[in-house]
Design a protein around this ligand. Sequence first.
Ligand SMILES: *Cc1c(COP(=O)(O)O)cnc(C)c1O
Length: 498
Amino acid sequence: MFYTSTRDNSVRVTASKAITDGISPDGGLYIPVEIPALSADELKALCDADYKERAKKVLGLYLTDFSKDELDYCVEGAYKEGKFSSEKVAPVVKLHDNVSILELFKGPTCAFKDMALQILPYLLTVSAKKNLKDKEIVILVATSGDTGKAALEGFKDVDGTRILVFYPVDGVSPMQKLQMTTQEGNNVGVCAIKGNFDDAQTGVKSIFTNKEILKRFEENNLVFSSANSINWGRLAPQIVYYISAYCDMVNNGSVKFGEKINIVVPTGNFGNILAAYFAKEMGLPVNKLICASNANRVLTDFIQSGTYNRNRDFYTTVSPSMDILISSNLERLLYILCGRDADVINDWFSQLGDKGVYTVSDDVNAKIKELFVAGCCDDALTKETINETYNDYDYLADTHTAVAINVCNKYIEETGDMTPVVIASTASPFKFSKAVLGAVETDAKDYDDEFSTVAALEELSSLKAPEQLSALKGKEVRFDKVASKEDMAKVVFDMLGI
Ligand SMILES: *Cc1c(COP(=O)(O)O)cnc(C)c1O
């Protein structure tokens, strides 16, 4: 299995090279030359397997230059007992009738990013051994809150790596901020940026491709890689849990084997839902992929109209991990749907860069509408949904998951489609305690201190906050630097001492 670039069809690299590089030197994203198939028999066999076995099978189809031993080592290390608070790793729970929830937040940082970022350091260090000679890898991350912490936790004290995370200074929740600023480890750095997530992401991308910076890295025996979902090593592990969820739904009787499901995903950078698309293309019985956005509804408008227009107001919402106007992974979908034509992608994405807008062909738009349904909801509806879901089904959803539940409800109401649904739940409600508490108890007290809010939410819900969040109370803040976006390169040099 080889990988090519969305911006240059002549590229052919191995999986390990794609993971080591993070992004293709032409600025495109790596993508498998073809999508491997998972037969019905193979899927059936996975129904009897545990999460690790499912991961080995699915990843083995994509990471073909990893030996069996290497893959076993990566999967066993990432999902070993004790790392996730559920022995199923990504459990499926029933919300009601035909709607299930796939809980992806049982990892060390309580957000779905752990699913991939626990394994990425293993995949990357194994890949680097094959592709780099004794170079130190520098991971640069732009985060809207959850990726940063999950990447720090995955890479802390991993030999041969350094990691530096940039987050928008006013764009993350208090808990997300505390998780990052108190991060332990001797190879880690964290810096706030005056700007929003897109500024941080654009800044990181431009550092990756700046010739002068790359030269300075070369001289110091350093090399960049990415832990953002532009890295294929982030995407591939996310395919696993959709297949795993299907198996669990077969096992608990929510679907008959072979019957189709709808998948609803709260979406920002389009990584998570793209993984669901790959699962479908591999042969998983999927009917519709439902893309749920918050008030930053650029994807809703795009899927409905075929025009992607980032020239619009940016909203800071209660679901900050989806406050994104440039959804990087859409490029991979469009590359496939336009018939794998890199020229077309170059054209659209240079229009996006120059004017902030492009329109896909009618043919591509029709294919998108065949595969996807899109919907969105604002903060008021998000909170209303948290309230209703709690009162009607005794389920406490976080703000991101609530966006997906809202869009799912509207879809079922409008279409009457009774296909069994699985909704990706992407974070623990305790990561966004203030908004969740305020949603469930409309006259809730406004605490200044995050941990009083957590305690109030615990009391109200009779649930216990995840240990790793409670443990942040009183922890020393190690990183309080705030930089302007123009200074990001300097921050990198300072941290590395070059
Ligand atoms: C990152 C994130 C999302 C968005 O996922 P994408 O892959 O960027 O679309 C949604 N919810 C939470 C909690 C997240 O951390």
